[in-house]
Write a protein that binds this ligand. Structure first.
Ligand SMILES: [Fe+2]
Length: 542
């Protein structure tokens, strides 16, 4: 069965292709269009489809649109209701529903040869749920923690034998995702985009408004919750995008973050009981990218294992919709589902750019040497990642032992200095250095850095003593593991700084040309692209 999944309705348009129980390809439209998040999440843009990502998925599999058995679209306009009746102040929301109804025709036009009759609407939160629950081999409880779908903001359920039983959906306007978006906007950041900055900011504050939020945001006995209207200005004055960040702003972020964690723990516990005590919890939805909350659920919740879909935001509903139509568990084994280039293709690109390159015996060892000498490495290997995290395929790497690394990396990228940078660690060495969820191959949890290591890896230790760790496993990421092992041999540090290969406000690098553009425009010492090495010291001498 060949199913193409499409996410288009809110933000992060994406496409994913599942063929005979295998995820063949999945990618966000932003990696093709070079527009961060693909589009702004406004009703006027709801018609825009991930045309480039969808066409590439088919090309990757050697399929034509007419070969598909189904196209799964991650929103069901039949479930929608008038925005005012949902308590939403969005007079143009009906455009979303109109565009979604016409999506089969739009898709037919975007993918010539596709029969619009093949398009199936999958409820938004069923798509999120499937992206998590059908991505693990075992039965699980599932929590979707979102801004909004058709009429709800959350879904609690149980997957048994590939079948979803919905236990509870919290209807709008009550929404933890929209609460966090409102906070993001109030703090002068871009909502539906910069929520992770708010999470980072929270650790600089004290939760001194916690009691206010305990009053305004409450769980209910039936597995749902209520969010009352919040007078943000009464707590801390709204900040403009370039305004000063005050202690009150950090305290506000800290208060909402803490209350969110408490509420999510309650929801996770309720779902455990209602689902009959399964060992595994799976999660998706934009709020499930909150790795601080995820770590608390894993540590304090009743589950043995918590698995979060790496593309937890709306982009993941492309995969989830396809899985929901496929109707079976398709274990998620790698996020490297995007575009890749052969060595010959990479070499042709380097030649065309006129960059002097070498092909060292081991690109991993070459990168480790540059890192050990405190250089910055643009690491471009294999297929690009599906979801917002760089996981060793489109990564910017640096030495973790230099406290200035964070400033240098944030300067390279041109982003805020309070933003932490994250470590990748060889899985075998995790327990020596960190505490918390292991394995953590997709960077979806925060971990505690053991006290004796804080001074040894200051660049990746956040102000609160935590780090958002990616564990690297030789079986799935042999080249990254080799690089880490070589770096440890040179420095006795089994950890390397890993952040996404992009500059601020731009999508992650996807093509070789974009990798070279970044290398040319930022103070990066080595471009490690496939097996080839381009050193800054020699690249621009003519
Ligand atoms: Fe969503």
């Amino acid at each position: 069965m060949r199913v193409l999944g499409i996410n288009a309705i809110f933000h992060d348009p994406a496409a994913a292709l599942v063929v005979d129980g295998q995820v063949v390809a999945a990618a966000e439209e932003e990696r093709f269009s070079r527009r961060k998040h693909g589009k702004r999440p406004v009703p006027f843009a709801a018609w825009e489809l991930p045309e480039l990502a969808a066409a590439w998925c088919l090309e990757e599999a050697g399929l034509r649109p007419g070969d598909l058995d189904a196209v799964a679209y991650s929103f069901d306009p039949g479930l929608s209701r008038d925005a005012a009746s949902l308590g939403l102040n969005d007079p143009w929301d009906h455009l979303r529903v109109d565009y979604a109804r016409r999506a089969p025709q739009f898709l037919g036009a975007a993918l010539p040869g596709l029969d619009p009759e093949q398009v199936r609407f999958v409820p938004h939160h069923v798509a999120h749920a499937a992206s998590a629950g059908l991505s693990v081999p075992e039965d699980s409880a599932v929590l979707v923690l979102d801004g909004r779908g058709e009429v709800a903001s959350h879904l609690a359920g149980a997957y048994r034998g590939g079948e979803l039983e919905v236990l509870k959906c919290q209807e709008l306007p009550h929404s933890l995702g929209l609460l966090y978006e409102d906070l993001t906007r109030h703090l002068g950041f871009l909502h539906s985009s910069d929520e992770y900055k708010v999470m980072a900011l929270a650790s600089y504050g004290r939760p001194r408004f916690l009691n206010v939020f305990r009053d305004l945001v409450r769980t209910t006995d039936d597995g749902g919750f209520t969010v009352e209207r919040i007078d943000w200005d009464a707590l801390a004055k709204a900040r403009t995008a370039d305004g000063e960040m005050t202690e009150a702003h950090a305290d506000l972020a800290s208060s909402v973050q803490t209350r969110l964690e408490e509420v999510l723990l309650d929801l996770a516990r309720w779902t455990y009981e209602a689902a009959g005590g399964p060992k595994t919890l799976t999660m998706a939805g934009g709020t499930a990218l909150n790795c601080v909350a995820n770590a608390r659920i894993a540590a304090e919740g009743p589950y043995e294992r918590v698995w979060v879909q790496p593309a937890a935001g709306d982009s993941g509903t492309a995969l989830g919709a396809a899985l929901a139509v496929t109707g079976r568990n398709v274990p998620f084994t790698t996020a490297a589902l995007g575009r890749g280039w052969t060595d010959d293709e990479l070499e042709a690109e380097l030649r065309r750019a006129g960059l002097p390159y070498t092909r060292p015996e081991s690109i991993a060892a070459e990168a480790a040497r540059v890192l050990a000498a405190n250089g910055i490495v643009a690491w471009y290997q294999g297929r690009s990642e599906y979801g917002p995290r760089a996981l060793g395929h489109r990564s910017l790497l640096a030495h973790p032992g230099d406290a200035d690394t964070q400033t240098r990396m944030n300067d390279v990228k041109g982003r805020e200095q309070f933003r932490p940078i994250a470590p990748m660690v060889r899985a075998e060495r995790f327990d020596d250095i960190f505490e918390g969820v292991n394995p953590s191959p997709y960077m979806l949890f925060v971990h505690r850095v053991k006290p004796e290591w804080k001074d040894r890896i200051p660049a990746v230790t956040h102000v609160d003593g935590t780090a958002r760790v990616q564990t690297v496993h030789t079986g799935t990421e042999p080249l990254v593991a080799e690089m880490l092992a070589e770096f440890e041999r040179l420095t006795e540090l089994p950890v390397v700084v890993n952040t996404s290969l992009n500059t601020a406000g731009r999508p992650m690098v996807d093509t070789p040309r974009e990798a070279m553009e970044l290398f040319g425009s930022a103070p990066v010492d080595l471009l490690a692209i496939g097996p080839f090495a381009v050193h800054r010291a020699t690249a621009f001498q003519k």
